[in-house]
Design a protein around this ligand. Sequence first.
Ligand code: SF4
Length: 88
Amino acid sequence: MPRYEITIEKDACDGIFACLTRDPRFVEAPDGLATIDPDADPVYDCDGEVSDDGERVVAAFDDDRLEEARRAAAACPTDAIIVEEVDE
Ligand code: SF4
């Protein structure tokens, strides 16, 4: 399985939520911007680590859903989402 990180740059996010319809791990945070909640997925058990330092949300996953994350990134009109494979 690839290990990958999803980053949301909060400055760039404008709350359009095109990402949510591509990958249900993306959810609306209390601040009205996108964040990532591994438990939000209604279909899959998902296990990831999420950090939010106020400027960006970084979530690390180790599963077969890299393409879903990439679709969410491609759908984001402001390019706020970055998806990168990372080494073990
Ligand atoms: S699609 Fe992009 S701009 Fe819209 S909520 Fe998701 S991350 Fe933010």
